[in-house]
Design a protein around this ligand. Structure first.
Ligand code: GDP
Ligand code: MG
Length: 370
């Protein structure tokens, strides 16, 4: 793929190389028969000969699917649900996330709680739940735009003293579009002016009908400040997850998505990733977005070093060559060379796109078009 030599190009045009060279010279380009010319130049020359060249977007060879191992149904095991919290600003998303995190850690682990990696896991009734704390839902929407499904369940937070607001509706639309079940947390129930019935009424108008009104949506009254109702909320999450039968294969190479990433002065590129399938291990060669790296270390949501990260686990990884974007997919490559090559190809492609258009053509493409 990419540029052609003058000789190859002349052949495609069914012209003598000397004619092409003459045209090039008339355009001020001194070229020999074995010299490569770029696509823009080719298009100008083709036009001179009365031929229009159309460009086809090159097939992305770096597709991860090609090296995805199939799941043996026998190898599939239950995995924790991945939950995002959405809702209108100031309705209590952050407070709720914090409260859940702090009340559902086992004693002795609370020390590492200051660690913030953009996602965390809690345990209730011996089952784990993964929460994504995606600022502004940026990662959520990017990932969805790419067709990657990351969230299994959305908790929609609606303040009982404020009711449904524009971002509440926006959140409902996101979740519906992504086909993600919604559990409504009617928050700020500790406030005297809380009016949960009004919230139910308003949400019914948006298609979220409470179970007690004959609908299918679970509503849980909570207070993110006092913690009231939070255990019940988490139990409902597990209930919905059970119905979904979420499974993964922990015995294969990991793949997943970048939740957030940054350049750390001391540690280099640091990315929080969510393992969606397989198990990620220290020492694995991984492509994340356009970058390759060997995992040097992994840190969990409690700030502890870990050696392995099974499905649905959020973990911070060190060792990437540069900072990938939030929402970028990642995948482990057994063949390091292949991993590096794919990362390089992706980078080249992105640069090409930034320069304007997907002007990469293959010989085959040209043959088809001329
Ligand atoms: P976010 O914008 O959705 O993340 O909302 P925050 O979590 O930042 O909460 C906005 C404000 O509401 C803060 O002042 C919180 O202390 C307050 N708040 C959140 N949840 C509750 C609650 O359950 N009860 C009361 N009384 N206040 C709450
Ligand atoms: Mg917030």
């Amino acid at each position: 793929s990419g540029p052609l030599t003058v000789g190859e190009f002349a052949k495609l045009l069914r012209k003598e190389a000397s004619e092409v060279i003459r045209k090039l010279i008339s355009l001020g380009i001194m070229a020999t028969i074995n010299q490569e010319i770029d696509v823009d130049t080719m298009s100008v020359i083709a036009e001179e000969f009365g031929v229009t060249v159309e460009y086809k977007e090159e097939v992305d060879e770096s597709n991860f699917e090609e090296q995805e191992e199939n799941d043996d149904p026998e190898a599939l095991v239950e995995r924790p649900p991945v939950v995002t919290i959405m809702g209108h600003v100031d309705h209590g998303k952050t407070t709720l996330l914090d409260k859940i995190r702090h009340t559902n850690v086992t004693a002795g682990e609370a020390g590492g709680i200051t660690q913030h990696i953009g996602a965390y896991q809690v345990e209730i009734n011996n089952k784990k739940i993964t929460f994504l704390d995606t600022p502004g839902h940026a990662a959520f929407t990017t990932m969805r735009a790419r067709g990657a499904k990351v969230t299994d369940i959305t908790i929609l937070v609606v303040a009982a003293d404020d009711g449904v607001k524009p971002q509440t509706v926006e959140a409902i639309n996101h979740a519906k579009a992504a086909d993600v079940p919604i559990i409504v947390a009617v928050n700020k129930m500790d406030k005297p002016e809380a009016n949960p019935d009004r919230v139910k009424q308003q949400l019914t108008e948006h298609g979220l009908v409470p179970e007690e009104w004959g609908g299918e949506t679970i509503f849980v009254p909570v207070s993110a400040i006092t913690g009231a109702g939070i255990d019940e909320l988490l139990e409902m999450v597990l209930l919905v997850a059970e119905v979904q039968e979420l499974k993964a294969n922990p015995d294969k190479r990991a793949r997943g998505v970048v939740i957030e990433a940054e350049l750390d002065k001391g540690r280099g590129a640091v990315a929080t990733v969510l393992v969606q399938n397989g198990t990620l291990k220290v020492g694995d060669g991984v492509v994340a977005g356009n970058y390759f790296g060997k995992i040097r270390a992994m840190v969990n949501d409690r700030g502890r070093r870990v050696k392995v990260a099974p499905p649905s686990t959020p973990v911070e990884i060190l060792g990437l060559s540069d900072v990938p974007g939030a929402g970028d997919p990642f995948m482990v490559f057994e063949d390091e060379k292949k991993g590096r090559a794919i990362a390089e190809r992706r980078m080249a492609k992105q640069k090409e796109e930034e320069r304007g258009g997907n002007k990469r053509v293959t010989l085959d493409d040209l043959f088809k078009q001329i």
